[in-house]
Ligand binder design. Sequence first.
Ligand SMILES: *[C@@H]1O[C@H](CO)[C@@H](O)[C@H](O)[C@H]1NC(C)=O
Ligand SMILES: *[C@@H]1O[C@H](CO)[C@@H](O)[C@H](O)[C@H]1NC(C)=O
Ligand SMILES: *[C@@H]1O[C@H](CO)[C@@H](O)[C@H](O)[C@H]1NC(C)=O
Ligand SMILES: *[C@@H]1O[C@H](CO)[C@@H](O)[C@H](O)[C@H]1NC(C)=O
Ligand SMILES: *[C@@H]1O[C@H](CO)[C@@H](O)[C@H](O)[C@H]1NC(C)=O
Length: 260
Amino acid sequence: MRFTPVILIAGAGFAAAQTLSTQCESGLAAIAGSSEASCLNLNALVSLALSNSSSTSVIPTVNTWLTGLCSTGACSNQTLSDVVTNITTSCATELQSIGASTSNTAALITAVQEAYPTVRQIACLKDTSTSTLCLTETLTGIQSATTTLSLTNIVGLVTKVMSGQTVSIPQNVTCSDCSKAAYTVAAQSFPSLVGDAQSTVSGECGADFVNGQMPTDVQETASNTTSTSATGGASALSVGSLNLGAALLVGVSSVFALLA
Ligand SMILES: *[C@@H]1O[C@H](CO)[C@@H](O)[C@H](O)[C@H]1NC(C)=O
Ligand SMILES: *[C@@H]1O[C@H](CO)[C@@H](O)[C@H](O)[C@H]1NC(C)=O
Ligand SMILES: *[C@@H]1O[C@H](CO)[C@@H](O)[C@H](O)[C@H]1NC(C)=O
Ligand SMILES: *[C@@H]1O[C@H](CO)[C@@H](O)[C@H](O)[C@H]1NC(C)=O
Ligand SMILES: *[C@@H]1O[C@H](CO)[C@@H](O)[C@H](O)[C@H]1NC(C)=O
């Protein structure tokens, strides 16, 4: 369970720390601006690229991005396939440099299509007792326990974790109702993935955490409709030399971080 998020976060950190090729940047900008991909609401992440990456928290931007994403219909499998194809084509160099193979695009497309509904469902969980998206609540908890979650500091935290140091997060964040809901949704969709982790998780958060019951104060807010295509709203992007790729990757990785 920890493997995938760590890889993704490491990838995001790496991407944030380096400059992306012009080809990769313009490819990502084209995806973010396309009406086909409006189900991913990537336009909302552009302000990350505009923000001062060393001192501005990503949390408000992530919150805006998810709020929009969750109220928009789900992406179709065709859109997911087009997005993966375009990223692997435009950013082949960057993906190889973080150790991701781009040779089997078909398998990657299938994996994304299989994971997408669950990831989206988890990203759109909401704590009804505070009316806050779970991911926003969790990131805020991590921020309170560590440091401002700016792009630069996220890279620093990831580097720390990757080098084997621990970052201590209080139990009311790691074992919250939101975390339990995310774990429960993941366990329903991918029982084999969480199977191995179950005893570790119950050791940390207690047996009730893994009992398969959704906490009553957490609601699934992902819109159940499927986006057909252009519903308007996609705007042309001109990002110039801004590090849009890093912004997108951090956004995507923050979704997976909740699964860790
Ligand atoms: C993918 O790239 C093709 C060719 O450049 C383009 O027509 C299409 O709109 C792109 N799709 C997405 C979702 O970015
Ligand atoms: C960004 O924030 C850092 C640290 O607070 C500061 O040193 C730097 O001057 C800021 N850069 C801009 C462009 O505001
Ligand atoms: C999307 O594709 C995945 C795997 O490629 C498949 O399991 C799933 O049923 C498809 N979803 C729809 C709505 O066709
Ligand atoms: C965790 O506990 C701290 C201190 O009691 C509190 O400030 C914080 O809001 C709590 N966080 C969550 C997510 O409940
Ligand atoms: C979508 O469907 C699921 C399962 O039927 C349900 O729990 C959830 O509340 C629905 N989401 C919305 C926004 O209606």
